[in-house]
Ligand binder design. Structure first.
Ligand code: PMP
Length: 362
């Protein structure tokens, strides 16, 4: 039996054990076909059923209404930073961006290449530790859309409400908290998420888009960058990431068995509380990065009294089987990513390590 390793990586991240086991069992022969899912045509009936089932799974879990399309794309969430403005922001038009962390900053850079962008709120001056309230947001008149990042993975800062666009369509990068809690899909014109945290493996991106948005896509876009064309072809304009979509389908089945999104949300709240309590009860040895009401349930970020101690913390944690705790290279500190598939006993193991470490080094 190999030693237990708890994987706190921010993404690609831990996958549900039963999903990996099922994929292992089916790797040589999918549904008695004698072929691997990686070996069959994306146009086959067998794969068509998987694609339909993955879509149905997401639709059910997130209660996605019929007037929304679900697309499976490639290019990661990063390509969505470009596709959103290419599809919805003309050169003389305006979009609003709400910036609460590093991923929003990156989305902004790409949008500026397409049209006018108003940063209507930014937490950059305080190193992205909070989120605005709805009342603090003043939208531009005639904005084509407002873009925000519901969970900033690097800083560990999360919106606790579905942002409303004040009449503008809302576009949301939900890469690191999709499926982790209930959201009101009807508030959004478009949600995108790279799969590699809560939905599946890297290499596939989920886009949930309200039908009417497709009418605004300009003619003449390159086909693979054109939401309307991709939707018309049911995500099969070219060969999709068949393996990734297969795993998304398995993750959806797993999540349904875990009580769906409400069930996992309850557990996510409990897991995060255990960790944040340990931070708050450490007499200042551990200092959380995010302000309390913006604390992420998915990425728990904190600092130690010195960079040297942070390095020692990560080294010793690794030796104790706690992997992937080093904060993002751009901000340092510690980051514990505790996505849907991350077990509660792993959180408890980290907290007990933290208590021991602070007693020895405090
Ligand atoms: N947005 C968020 C919130 C992310 O966490 C990430 C990746 N960690 C990205 C965008 C970029 O995703 P990708 O690497 O799939 O392009």
């Amino acid at each position: 039996m190999s030693k237990t390793i708890y994987n706190f990586s921010a993404g690609p991240a831990i996958m549900p054990g039963p999903v990996l086991e099922r994929a292992r069992d089916e790797i040589r022969s999918l549904a008695g076909s004698g072929m691997s899912v990686m070996e069959i045509s994306h146009r086959s009936e067998t794969f068509g059923a998987i694609l339909d089932s993955a879509e149905r799974g997401l639709r059910e879990l997130l209660a996605i209404p019929e007037n929304y399309r679900i697309l499976f794309l490639q290019g990661g969430a990063t390509l969505q930073f470009s596709m959103v403005p290419m599809n919805f922001l003309g050169a003389s038009e305006t979009a609003d961006y709400v910036i609460t962390g590093a991923w929003g900053e990156k989305a902004l850079v790409e949008a500026r290449k397409c049209g006018r962008v108003n940063v209507i709120y930014s937490t950059a001056d305080e190193r992205h530790r909070s989120t605005p309230t709805q009342a603090e947001l003043n939208f531009s008149r005639n904005a084509k859309y407002v873009h925000y990042t519901s969970n900033e993975t690097i800083e560990g800062v999360e919106f606790k409400y579905d942002l409303k666009g004040g009449g503008s369509p809302v576009v949301c990068d939900a890469s690191s908290n999709i499926l982790s809690k209930r959201i009101e899909i009807g508030e959004y014109a478009l949600i995108y998420a790279g799969a590699q945290k809560n939905i599946g493996p890297s290499g596939v991106t989920v886009v949930i888009i309200r039908d009417e948005m497709l009418e605004h896509v300009p003619d003449g876009l390159h086909s693979l960058l054109d939401y309307r064309k991709i939707a018309e072809h049911g995500s099969m304009l070219n060969t999709p990431n068949t393996w990734g979509i297969y795993l998304i389908d398995l993750v959806c089945s797993w999540l349904k068995g875990e009580g769906g999104v409400p069930g996992i949300e309850r557990r996510n709240i409990e897991k995060a509380a255990i960790l944040y309590d340990a931070i708050d009860e450490s007499d200042g040895f551990y200092e959380g990065h995010a302000v309390r009401d913006a604390r992420s349930l998915m990425n728990v970020t904190f600092r130690l009294p010195s960079a040297e101690l942070e390095i020692r913390f990560c080294d010793e944690a690794l030796a104790a089987g706690l992997n992937g705790l080093m904060g993002h290279r751009s901000v340092g500190g510690i980051r514990a990513s505790i996505y849907n598939a991350f077990p509660r006993d792993g959180v408890e193991a980290l907290v007990s390590f933290m208590r021991d470490f602070s007693h020895r080094n405090g």
